[in-house]
Design a protein around this ligand. Structure first.
Ligand code: WT7
Length: 658
């Protein structure tokens, strides 16, 4: 973000206090801030007992004696699936709809009550147990957005088997490395899912990931979703519906220690290899349920909640599965894209299902702005009462549009800052308390101590910028990087002593409210998806025609950032690319290569073939300068370059159409 944009942002003076009727019924209250400030651990203990049922109560709240490795509620025991399903049935809410499933093909909808879910998770747990899955075994899940995804995750949790969900948009290669790293025994997938009006196959990627027989995978469970033709490996593959039908419908959940790992989720860091972020059962569940109650203001008896994220990202884990289901909420789950079969699909769903709480991403909001406000205007969205945003900074214009066009000027907006690593929301307005400012994530929620610090780790005064840090451990914090405790310490706890370094830049305005500005490391945020520059660079150089590559995230009006790659070709390939028309073909080939190595989401928007890359004398690529080129700006200070003429060469190449 340029300094000019930042200045504009910080001149944003509009505030939107909660409507009195909203404040009167809100779960989050001003008193929670003071209570948490008085005694943070007592505050969290209270939330832990309020939102979660423990099979064995805990006596200790936080154990920070082996910092930065935290233990929360360590001697307590619980089962996450029991909390998300069984206890609602026991409490007499079994007839409540848990999931209004809306498939992408029109008319393909079904409702699952908590009773239905209860039967499904027990059968699925028994089916997995029959395949040898027990406490501590890991299961990979590679599914479209269908109810079976939630059922599969919950069935694993029921057995104490950590799941590792891999987003369906990742390639076979990416799936393979994640399966390897987590040593999964079973993979749960589907024949395919519906995407942009067509069945889109998933199972072939699993087959490709397993084709070398070099993984720990013994069985593959396949959900039949599209009915498309699917290759079959007889002694390995089983149909999900057959396994489930054959399984008993009674299963006792396995209580686990609060610190038992609930799941692993891979996310991009600053190196080429994605990190397996793992979360512990107790603290994670507590903070997911608590934040879903006080930030999204979910009232399970009356609300219809809809989080549009995919289950393959942390937002889907925390705010589709574990948060809302632990609260016993009713929610919408939608399989497809926002423009299938028409650009009003989301608003039609809001109208039909009477959605009252909507949680989506700025990139989606900006896309809807582009499509025009006459589209949402065709639908009755008077059921909405709260809007949420997550994944990247939301610019004030998008915030205002969201409020006016979608929220009818009456719904509070919560802009929620958090990360895969934090597990749950950390910084956000409380919708019944905070007078929100368009574009600001506002304050740490009760129980969280976040701050903005300078290079030396000192808290900056109001009106200044720096690095976003968390000063004290929190219940849903990551417990580590799977199999790599050193990397955990190194990445998050070494930049500033005794503080968690989030990797984001931020500013405190005159009132002390926080404005998150984006990553300060080699991580990009494209449509709210986290991508590593280094990972895409490694994918590019793994192509035989590429000698060297540098990737930057350039500002993009719709996706926030876009991937731009600068590539130096190997000698043999240079001539070929010079022939008329061959350059564009090669660029297409390289883009597809990235899609194959990582996934279509990582495809560069632009690939520029260059002869040199700007490097310092010590050989470090100066991405800042490449970003200037990618964003069509005057190129900044080049004095630290080993060869300052390199930038002229790159710019010449660009204007010549290279
Ligand atoms: C990064 C984390 C949180 C779940 C989805 C993304 C950016 C996230 C906001 C926000 C500004 C935000 C940060 C963060 N981010 N929410 N409300 N305002 N930036 O999870 O993939 O782990 O990415 O997303 O840069 O570090 P993730």
């Amino acid at each position: 973000m340029s300094d000019q944009t930042l200045e504009n942002l910080l001149q944003e003076t509009r505030t939107f206090p909660p409507p009195p009727e909203f404040a009167a019924q809100a779960n989050g209250t001003a008193e929670q801030y003071s209570r948490a400030a008085d005694d943070r651990e007592a505050f969290w203990a209270e939330q832990a007992r309020r939102y979660v049922t423990w099979s064995t109560d805990f006596t200790q709240v936080l154990d920070w004696s082996e910092a930065p490795f935290a233990k929360w509620f360590a001697d307590g025991e619980l089962n996450a699936c029991y909390n998300a399903v069984d206890r609602h049935v026991e409490a007499g809410h079994g007839d409540r709809v848990a999931i209004h499933f809306v498939g992408e093909p029109e008319g393909d909808s079904r409702d699952l009550t908590y009773n239905d879910l209860h039967v499904e998770v027990q059968r699925a747990a028994n089916a997995l147990a029959d395949l040898g899955i027990g406490k501590g075994d890991t299961v990979a899940i590679y599914l479209p957005m269908i109810p079976e995804a939630a059922v599969a995750m919950l069935a694993c949790a029921r057995l104490g088997a950590p799941h590792s969900v891999v987003f369906g948009g990742f390639s076979a290669e990416a799936l393979h490395s994640r399966i390897q790293d987590v040593q999964a025994k079973v993979v749960i997938t589907a024949d395919g899912g519906y995407r942009r009006g067509k069945p889109s196959a998933l199972k072939p990627a699993v087959d490709a990931a397993l084709e070398h027989g070099d993984t720990s995978v013994e069985k593959v469970l396949v959900v039949r979703r599209t009915g498309q033709d699917t290759d079959w490996t007889d002694d390995r593959d089983l149909w999900w519906h057959e396994a489930i039908e054959g399984a008993r419908a009674e299963h006792t959940p396995t209580p686990v220690e609060a610190e038992h790992p609930l799941f692993v989720l891979y996310t991009s860091g600053t190196t080429g290899k994605p990190k397996g972020i793992f979360h512990a059962t107790g603290g994670y569940l507590v903070q997911c349920a608590y934040t879903n109650a006080v930030v999204h203001d979910v009232h399970p008896e009356t609300d219809v909640y809809w989080c549009t994220a995919d289950i393959g990202w942390v937002t889907g884990h925390s705010y589709i599965v574990y948060g809302p289901m632990t609260l016993g909420a009713t929610q919408v789950m939608y399989e497809g894209t926002p423009d299938t079969p028409h650009q009003g699909r989301y608003w039609e769903i809001v109208q039909d299902k009477k959605v009252s709480i909507l949680y989506t991403a700025p990139t989606a909001i900006r896309t809807f702005m582009k499509w025009g406000e006459d589209i949402p205007a065709k639908f009755d969205m008077s059921s909405l009462r709260l809007l949420g945003s997550v994944g990247e900074p939301i610019n004030p214009e998008a915030w205002m549009w969201y409020r006016r066009v979608i929220g009818g000027d009456r719904c509070p907006i919560v802009d929620t800052w958090w990360q895969t690593e934090t597990g749950a929301i950390m910084i956000s307005a409380l919708p019944g308390v905070t007078a929100a400012k368009p574009g600001s994530a506002m304050r740490p929620i009760p129980g969280i101590t976040a701050d903005v610090v300078d290079d030396a780790g000192e808290s900056v005064p109001n009106g200044s910028g720096g690095y976003l840090v968390i000063k004290e451990p929190w219940p849903s914090m990551l417990r580590g990087v799977w199999g790599d405790p050193e990397r955990y310490k190194e990445t998050y706890w070494s930049r500033f002593r005794d503080m968690y370094f989030a990797g984001d830049g931020a500013k405190k305005d005159a009132d002390g409210d926080i404005w998150v500005l984006g990553r300060v490391d080699d991580v990009m945020n494209v449509s709210g998806h986290r991508l590593s520059t280094t990972e895409i660079e490694s994918a590019l150089v793994s192509h035989p025609k590429v000698a060297e590559a540098a990737v930057v995230g350039a500002t993009d009006a719709t996706t926030g950032q876009a991937v731009c790659a600068f590539v130096i070709l190997r000698q043999e390939a240079v001539q070929e690319a010079d022939e008329p028309g061959e350059g564009t073909e090669l660029v297409a080939e390289l883009r597809n290569h990235v899609a194959k190595e990582i996934g279509p989401i990582a495809k560069p928007r632009q690939i520029m073939i260059v002869q040199e890359l700007p490097k310092t004398r010590s050989g470090k690529i100066m991405r800042r300068l490449l970003r200037d080129v990618a964003e069509n700006r005057e190129v900044g200070d080049v004095t630290t370059l080993a060869d300052s003429s390199v930038m002229d060469l790159i710019k010449e190449g660009m204007s010549a159409g290279g």
